[in-house]
Design a protein around this ligand. Structure first.
Ligand code: 0O2
Length: 218
């Protein structure tokens, strides 16, 4: 695949990715209203490089052509949405899936069903309509939804272990799975503190409202 073919291939994927990023941004500031309870911590995005596309097609034993890239790769455009809490993550992706012009091509819930190595994340491949002069076509964008702690584990595991042939693989796999389980426990503690904080804010607001009333009465 030459450079011109590569840039021709990725253009509509960039458009699809951009549209999805805008929708996620809108959901982030409109989902709960208050700025301090926005569900997303950060969003990352990338378009697969020419080399990665070529390598992946070869791994799949497909000839390296633009047609095969379109037919066999669904992660040319990728977005990673990092949330604070699991509930927010499900809320967000549930609402995104309901947007009537998008289509869900594939979803994998590695949060409800973590991979045996401990990997947790929710993978959604969404078809985004891209309109050009000669009509409309859906382009897939892979969206990975994670919490901060899932992202911490996956990023570190990706660095030290994913797709690497290490001599200490067996021992490391066990150790990393333990860390994944620890992080689930830590995440649950933070969820509990977040619920506490919300309840305390509500009761504080109720208390303040009462105080204002009293002051007015004076
Ligand atoms: P990289 O290096 O991140 O680009 P497919 O995309 O269809 O070839 P599969 O297995 O059907 O692959 O899809 P799956 O399981 O949804 O995984 C896709 C992506 O999720 C991977 O992309 C990784 O980014 C991430 N992922 C999946 N499993 C793991 C894991 O065990 N550890 C970590 N750290 N990340 C994982 P790539 O292209 O495989 O890799």
């Amino acid at each position: 695949m030459n450079e011109e073919e590569y840039y021709g291939l990725i253009r509509p994927y960039e458009d699809a990715q951009q549209m999805l990023l805008t929708r996620l941004d809108v959901l982030n500031h409109s989902l709960y209203g208050e700025a301090q309870s926005r569900p997303i911590h950060n969003i990352q995005d990338r378009i697969k490089s020419r080399v990665s596309i070529e390598e992946k097609l070869k791994r799949k034993e497909k000839e390296v052509t633009v047609e095969n890239a379109k037919d066999y790769l669904q992660d040319i455009a990728g977005i990673r949405v990092i949330c604070y809490f699991v509930d927010d993550l499900y809320n967000l992706l549930g609402i995104l899936k309901q947007q009537s012009d998008l289509i869900v091509i594939r979803e994998r819930d590695y949060i409800a069903n973590p991979k045996p190595n401990g990997y947790r994340s929710y993978h959604l491949i969404i078809g985004v309509p891209v309109y050009c002069l000669d009509g409309m076509e859906y382009f897939p964008v892979e969206v990975q939804f994670r919490t901060l702690s899932m992202d911490f584990w996956a990023s570190m595991e990706h660095r030290v272990s994913y797709k690497k042939n290490r001599e200490d693989r067996e021992r490391l796999t066990v150790e990393l799975r333990n860390y994944a389980e620890m992080l689930v426990r830590v995440e649950k503690r933070f969820e509990m503190y977040n619920e506490n904080a919300k309840q305390q804010t509500v009761s504080h607001e109720e208390g303040t409202a009462g105080g204002v009333k009293d002051a007015d009465a004076d």
